[in-house]
Design a protein around this ligand. Sequence first.
Ligand SMILES: Nc1ncnc2c1ncn2[C@@H]1O[C@H](COP(=O)(O)OP(=O)(O)OP(=O)(O)O)[C@@H](O)[C@H]1O
Ligand SMILES: [Mg+2]
Length: 358
Amino acid sequence: MHLAHLRLRDFRNYARLDVDFAPGFHLLLGDNAQGKTNILEAAYLVATLRSFRGIGGAHMVRHGQKGYFVGSQVVGQGEHETKMYWSARERSLSLDNQPVRKLTDYLGVLRTVVFCSEDTLLVKGPGRARRRFLDLLLSQTHPTYLSLLQRYALALRSRNALLKRPLVDAAALESFSRELISAGEVIMRLRHELVPKFSPLARLAYRRISNDAEDLRLDYLSSVKHDFAVDLAQSQARERTYRSTLIGPHRDEVQMLLNDRPAGQFGSEGQKRTLAIALKVAQAEYLTGLHGSPPVLLMDDIMGELDLKRRTGLLPLLERAHVARGQVFMTATEANWPKELGRDVQRWIVKGGTLASL
Ligand SMILES: Nc1ncnc2c1ncn2[C@@H]1O[C@H](COP(=O)(O)OP(=O)(O)OP(=O)(O)O)[C@@H](O)[C@H]1O
Ligand SMILES: [Mg+2]
């Protein structure tokens, strides 16, 4: 799968961009604040309809303009054309010139995995970051997962709002609980099934990048010990005290152990960074195994942060993407680009919102 064409209008610091990308490695070189990350952001936006910087549409509109347009041509199983326009008043999304009605028809046209320095939050950050990682992977592999998450989030919000009232309406609570349990049970089951499949991939990736330094293991720790419905009923008294829903998939954790010790508490900075990258490598490999072709890798500045040994550990992944006619976009400044990637790289110079092939 690869992003064959990208078209930007008033997106971030790009007034106008039309560029073709072949499969293979693309190195986006340039000084700071020239628009390297913005290109990755646009590619990710095509894939997920979100920014990996976790911000809304308004930030992505070029200063002083009304709206942005991001269009693409993606070559995978077939060939697809995507178009999206965003302004405060109007949004539109089309796939092959047809308006998109259901997100499930759209997501999956382009699959990407982002590597960026914020990935260390997967190890250091709150449980929410790790749950979101699992959820993203499941929505990339289960067409209905996203709507399940939305159903759960809505039931949770309504239920929590109800619990905040001075007098809780028992019938309403019961009906929100039913919805919470029905969506939540499936979410937990899918996450439970994913982790043991995913963990060996992450373990292997960690070994490769760190040169066999430590052993990594991931476990899914559920806040539900026996049965969601029973446990929820039993937590009622505590719920009244805390005025919020205390168990369910929104409280679950993914434990990450390095040599049997929680990485977040005991890992060194280098170990945490390696672990974060290993998770992303494993994500890419899991998707490749499932879909038969590698996702497009978007690597923002991470190579420069790694020492040569660890960079070398990443090369097999990049190599495989290459062999399978996948695609990798990497940003770097002139000073820190990984020169060992050598001659197979297509180099681009990014300067003040323009892209020039070298
Ligand atoms: N909505 C916007 N409109 C116009 N310019 C913007 C907008 N949002 C961000 N920019 C500008 O885009 C420029 C490039 O941003 P980008 O994050 O892509 O830089 P970069 O090349 O990745 O730099 P670095 O090497 O520092 O990561 C910055 O100068 C930023 O101020
Ligand atoms: Mg950047």
